[in-house]
Design a protein around this ligand. Structure first.
Ligand code: SF4
Length: 244
C-alpha cells in the first residue's frame, strides 16, 4: 500500500472514522456491498467517483432500494416533471438508512473537505443516516486544509461548471463557465455556496471512507504529469451528471 494512503487511513482511525483501502474499483465495490444491508434504502449525493465505480447497478441488481436524484430524465417525463421528481428524491435522501457519495478532498491528516451548491450532498455525509459511505480516489488526497480549499476553489469547482456546460448540462451564469477560473463571484447562480470540513466522526453517523488506489472524480495537483491530468479530465467527462 502507498505510504501516503497508509498515513490517511491511520489519521481517519484517530478521528473515529472508518477508513477502508481498496486496490481498485471491484475491490471498492465489494467493500461497499458488504457495508450496506440488502434491505437498506440508499440515498445518493451526486458523485462522479461513485458512477465510475459502477456501484449503483450492483446495488440495484441485488435488490437494494436506491434514491438517486441524479438519475437521467425518463422519456415519459417533461422537464417540469423531471425537476419535481428530482426535488422529491433529494428530500427523501435526506433521511434514509444509508447515504452514499464522494468527497472533493481528503487531507492527509484525515479531514473531509467539500463544496456544494444545494447542500444535500455535504449534509448527507454527516446527518440523517445511521450509515454514511464516502468514496475517495487517491487523487483526492491533499496535504492540508489550505491545499484542499485551494484545489476546490481553483481547480475542482470551475472545471466542473465549465465541463458540465460544455457537455450540454446546465450552464451556470457564472464567470468560471466562460473562463475556467474562479473569481469568487457574487452571482446569484454561484455554485460554491457551502463549504464543509468534517473533523471527526459525526455523533449520530457511522462514517466510512472507501479509499481507492485509482484516480476517481475530479481533482489533481497541477504539478502532476499532464497525461495523468488529461486522463482524469477525460474520465470525468464520460460520467459527470448533466442536470439541465
Ligand atoms: S465562486 Fe463563482 S466563479 Fe468561483 S468556481 Fe464558484 S461559481 Fe465559479
Amino acid at each position: 500500500m502507498d505510504s501516503q494512503i497508509e498515513i490517511v487511513l491511520s489519521a481517519l482511525q484517530a478521528r473515529h472514522i472508518h477508513g477502508f483501502y481498496a486496490d481498485d474499483c471491484p475491490e471498492a465495490n465489494r467493500k461497499i456491498l458488504s457495508l450496506i444491508p440488502s434491505d437498506a434504502t440508499v440515498g445518493i449525493g451526486d458523485s462522479t467517483s461513485m458512477r465510475q465505480l459502477g456501484i449503483l447497478n450492483l446495488l440495484r441488481e441485488r435488490g437494494t432500494r436506491i434514491l438517486n436524484p441524479f438519475d437521467p430524465k425518463r422519456e415519459d417525463m417533461d422537464a417540469e416533471e423531471y425537476r419535481q421528481a428530482r426535488e422529491r428524491l433529494r428530500k427523501e435522501t435526506t433521511l434514509c438508512d444509508v447515504f452514499l457519495t464522494g468527497t472533493n478532498a481528503l487531507t492527509q491528516d484525515g479531514r473531509l473537505v467539500n463544496v456544494d451548491a444545494v447542500g444535500n450532498r455535504v449534509a448527507g455525509m454527516f446527518w440523517g443516516h445511521p450509515l454514511s459511505i464516502v468514496i475517495a480516489g487517491r487523487n483526492k488526497i491533499v496535504n492540508d486544509l489550505d491545499e484542499a480549499f485551494h484545489r476546490i476553489r481553483n481547480i475542482i469547482a470551475p472545471t466542473h461548471f465549465q465541463i458540465r456546460a460544455a457537455l450540454g448540462g446546465r450552464k451556470r451564469e457564472t464567470p468560471c463557465v466562460v473562463t475556467g477560473e474562479c473569481s469568487d463571484c457574487r452571482t446569484k447562480d454561484r455554485g460554491c455556496n457551502i463549504f464543509t470540513v468534517i473533523e471527526s466522526k459525526p455523533s449520530q453517523t457511522d462514517l466510512n471512507i472507501i479509499l481507492v488506489n485509482q484516480d476517481l472524480g475530479l481533482g489533481w495537483d497541477p504539478s502532476w504529469p499532464q497525461e495523468r491530468i488529461a486522463e482524469i479530465r477525460a474520465n470525468y467527462k464520460k460520467l459527470v451528471s448533466l442536470p439541465v
